[in-house]
Design a protein around this ligand. Structure first.
Ligand code: SF4
Length: 136
């Protein structure tokens, strides 16, 4: 059983979210989701539209307008974390996998360097304990 679906690449987006997004409603929802995830709910890791996509203006009847691009982000995150779509786990376990396999080794940009938010995420780096350190 799980409480929320989280698409794989949103493990990165949630780590970097700092109150900016596609619309004010999206940003408000994203902040709320980030807060919920800190309570470590059971989540199903997916490559489909998820709880984050729900309030996104780019979600057109359940399909992201950048479906091909974000599908590749999801595929890469699943691959690098050794996960399969549909796996259920506590959110913080998933987040730890994303930190260990992608963020700490500095691999994020290889996955989503063509995202419009790339410059924002590039201002962050992570110390050995997984804490993010703003570099600029
Ligand atoms: S609909 Fe697309 S752009 Fe919007 S949150 Fe989902 S994956 Fe990201």
């Amino acid at each position: 059983m799980y409480q929320y679906e989280i698409r794989a690449h949103h493990g990165m987006c949630l780590a970097f979210f700092e109150g900016k997004g596609y619309s004010s409603e999206f940003t408000r929802c994203m902040a709320e989701i980030k807060r919920k995830m800190e309570e470590n709910p059971m989540v199903c890791i997916t490559a489909q539209t998820d709880i984050v996509c729900r309030a996104c203006p780019n979600n057109k009847e359940g399909i992201c307008v950048s479906a091909e691009k974000v599908a590749e982000y999801d595929r890469q995150v699943l691959l690098r974390c050794g996960l399969s779509g549909g796996e259920v786990m506590p959110f913080l376990d998933f987040q730890k996998q994303v930190y260990n396999h992608i963020l700490l080794p500095g691999k994020r940009e290889e996955i989503c360097g063509n995202c419009q938010w790339n410059a924002l995420c590039n201002r962050r780096k992570y110390d050995n304990e997984g804490k993010d350190i703003r570099t600029v």
